[in-house]
Design a binder for this molecule. Structure first.
Ligand SMILES: Nc1nc2c(ncn2[C@@H]2O[C@H](COP(=O)(O)OP(=O)(O)OP(=O)(O)O)[C@@H](O)[C@H]2O)c(=O)[nH]1
Ligand SMILES: [Mg+2]
Length: 320
């Protein structure tokens, strides 16, 4: 650095500014708040969320750009006891991911006592010696300070029982926007030094077609109960600009299939007189238009892919 160099941002360290870049994955039980936290850190929806477990079905990368670092978050599916081939595949994805990242963020909801599921995950994490592990207590807006303190102690204890130290234990609320920035501040020093890995401005590396399918699935998940959420898969078949439109009034045609597992589920998804499917279309179309910045014509069809969660051929067709 020359003596005459002028810095406009006082927060940058002087001298040889070290830049860090790397990957942090969020793992935890289904519904722990991993995807909501990923979105809060990125500042934009890159992963869909739902109030049902097992929403995320593939790793989603969200990129946080800072002057001192590029923090790439890898949101993973909730780790659970698998009951289907899909469940096994998802768990495999999580284990591959945590073996490859620079930091592991283990998400534990503040409002639920540590359970066998958490211990199971923590035990597996304990065997990954080389990677720093940060315990993230999520959803702190749902508990009082006493309950939070108890949870922090229990998590600290869990690490000790399993013979490792957490690099940090951080309480956050993604919904209440509490300590989300602090979490980023604590993750960055755990990344290796190096230049940015993604172009400035990229918030995710998800293909548009996949994001569109996910937005449709998110809308379809809302309000359905029991087994149905797990039975829904969405595939975008085609996205094409409508021909013969004036340049100032473009329209993007999107054709998508909503897959379910059994013919009996069709009625639930479509609803009386097709009302439910129509609502799903309206809701997701608005989000897709916001994402792509263009008016959209969304054509949704419901199809049965028999027992796709258990069928290797169907899973392959649906991209798992
Ligand atoms: N009150 C509150 N709710 C939250 C917070 N973070 C997440 N949630 C809610 O918890 C539910 C699950 O959130 P997700 O982010 O989808 O959870 P996940 O861990 O990604 O779940 P899977 O993808 O199924 O593993 C949603 O209804 C969220 O709105 C939070 O900070 N406060
Ligand atoms: Mg998720």
């Amino acid at each position: 650095m020359g003596a005459m160099s002028v810095r406009t941002q006082s927060s940058e360290p002087s001298g040889e500014a070290s830049h860090r870049a790397g990957f942090a994955c969020f793992v935890g039980r289904p519904n722990a708040g991993k995807s909501t936290l990923t979105n809060a850190l990125v500042g934009k929806k890159v992963a869909i969320t739902a109030d049902q477990p097992q929403t995320t079905r593939h790793t989603v990368r969200g990129i946080v750009h800072r002057p001192d670092a590029q923090l790439i978050l890898v949101d993973t599916p909730g780790l659970h006891k698998p009951r289907t081939l899909l469940g096994q595949r998802l768990n495999d994805v999580v284990r591959t991911t945590w073996a490859e990242v620079d930091v592991i963020g283990f998400c534990l909801p503040a409002n639920e006592k540590l359970g066998p599921g958490d211990r199971f995950i923590a035990k597996e994490l304990a065997s990954i010696k080389k990677t720093p592990k940060v315990a993230i207590v999520t959803k702190t807006d749902l508990v009082d300070s006493k309950q939070l303190a108890e949870q922090l102690i229990a998590i600290d204890q869990l690490g000790k029982e399993l013979g490792f130290e957490w690099a940090e234990i951080v309480p956050v609320s993604a919904v209440g926007d509490k300590q989300v920035g602090l979490l980023a501040d604590l993750l960055v020093p755990l990344l290796p030094e190096g230049p940015a890995l993604y172009p400035e401005g990229d918030l995710t590396d998800e293909p548009e077609q996949v994001m569109v399918a996910e937005l449709i699935r998110e809308a379809a998940l809302e309000g359905v109960r029991d087994e149905l959420p797990h039975s829904i898969a969405v595939v975008v078949e085609e996205m094409l600009p409508r021909e013969d439109r004036p340049a100032d009034r473009p329209l993007l045609d999107i054709h998508a299939f909503v897959y379910i597992e059994r013919p009996s589920q069709k009625g639930i998804i479509i609803g009386p007189k097709g009302k439910r499917l129509k609502d799903v279309g309206i809701k997701s179309r608005k989000q897709i238009e916001a994402l792509l910045g263009t008016p959209v014509f969304l054509d949704l069809h419901v199809k049965v892919a028999k027992d796709w969660q258990r069928d290797p051929r169907q899973l392959r067709k649906l991209g798992f």
